[in-house]
Design a protein around this ligand. Structure first.
Ligand code: 5GP
Ligand code: MN
Length: 321
């Protein structure tokens, strides 16, 4: 794919969107691209559609320019889907379906072929933000764009600690911090800081977790009743599964939270041996080798048993090698 400014026209109408329940990478990549295009193409009309970001992002500059409703029946010249395939973009799907040109920028292995007419997909990239950066002309990047791209990369790499971090990732990050924004404060606010409620729920989820498969697998379940008790939503549950993954001896961590009668959202994380993207894809979800998710039907025990079968099979295969 050419640089993004070669793919969109100077006075095009452009829609940008990303996945449901947008995380730091999705927000950073979409916002970074949005601010970049607005500045580079003053005659274009650019709209960014995302679900409302978690409160941790509330103070990010210009975050309130995100459109959370997709009521207008518009037909865009270009629709750019970032950090996702078209099946997880919610109400913005209609803009993707009617756009004259579609572009997909993603790093999910479960979306290896891309959903756009033009695709920029690299499952080895640390983040969608890294890919968006590669499509920009360096001399057009300003501090606002740099801040958003940095935020996205830092979120999806666990602040440069996960195995998806490459020398190239670090080189980009080095260039970005040279723009001179408060990266430490940005990460504190959007990533590290938790509300008291989030911390209480994390504590509860850890207390109620249990291990199986000789301690190689750990699971915690949050039912609707408990979420109601704490008045918690999905945005308050982020970070629980990552914490479970850090426990000594654990190869695979599962966090399930109830989304309906006999329906659970599963978040999966792995250390070295389990390809959780393969497990999640089997159940209709997707993601990365070390972090993936899916929505499952049945009781929570059905969900765990079904996931455990696939995880155990993979563990046995790697132990044979
Ligand atoms: P999380 O567990 O944090 O919700 O998601 C982990 C990773 O898997 C993220 O990259 C996310 O985009 C992806 N993911 C989570 N749930 C789904 C799903 O239902 N379908 C697909 N395709 N990807 C998912
Ligand atoms: Mn991502």
């Amino acid at each position: 794919m050419n640089k993004i400014l070669e793919e969109v026209g100077p006075s095009d109408t452009i829609a940008i969107t990303g996945h449901e329940r947008p995380d730091g990478d999705c927000i950073g990549a979409c916002m970074g691209l949005y601010l970049y295009l607005l500045k580079a193409l003053p005659d274009a009309s650019v709209d960014l559609y995302l679900e409302k970001p978690a409160p941790a992002f509330a103070n990010v500059p210009r975050i309130d320019e995100i459109k959370t409703a997709c009521d207008a029946d518009l037909c865009y010249d270009v629709c750019i889907v970032v950090d996702s395939a078209a099946d997880r973009i919610g109400g913005a799907r209609k803009y993707f379906d009617t756009a004259k040109k579609t572009i997909n920028i993603d790093h999910h292995i479960s979306n290896a072929s891309g959903c756009g007419k033009i695709n920029y997909i690299n499952p080895k990239a640390s983040s969608a933000s890294e890919l968006v950066y590669e499509l920009m002309d360096e001399d057009r990047i300003d501090v606002q764009t740099a801040r958003m791209i940095y935020m996205g990369i830092a979120h999806d790499t666990g602040v440069f600690s996960y195995s998806n971090t490459t020398p190239h990732t670090m080189e980009i990050a080095a260039k970005l911090i040279s723009y001179g924004f408060d990266f430490s404060g940005l990460l504190n606010e959007t990533l590290y800081e938790k509300t008291y409620l989030q911390t209480q729920i994390l504590g509860r989820a850890l207390l109620e977790s249990f291990r199986f498969l000789d301690g190689k697998c750990i699971v915690s379940i949050m039912d609707q009743k408990t979420m109601n008790f704490y008045q918690a939503g999905p945005k308050d549950l982020e970070g629980i599964v990552s914490q479970l993954r850090t426990i000594k001896g654990v190869e695979c961590a599962i966090f399930l939270y109830q989304t309906g009668q006999q329906e659970y959202k599963a978040s999966l994380r792995s250390n070295k041996k389990v390809d959780v993207a393969a497990v999640a894809s089997y159940f209709g979800g997707g993601g990365h080798v070390r972090a993936a998710g899916c929505t499952m039907r049945g009781t929570c025990y059905d969900c765990i048993n079904n996931l455990a079968l696939h995880i155990e099979k993979q563990l046995k295969e790697t132990e044979k090698q």
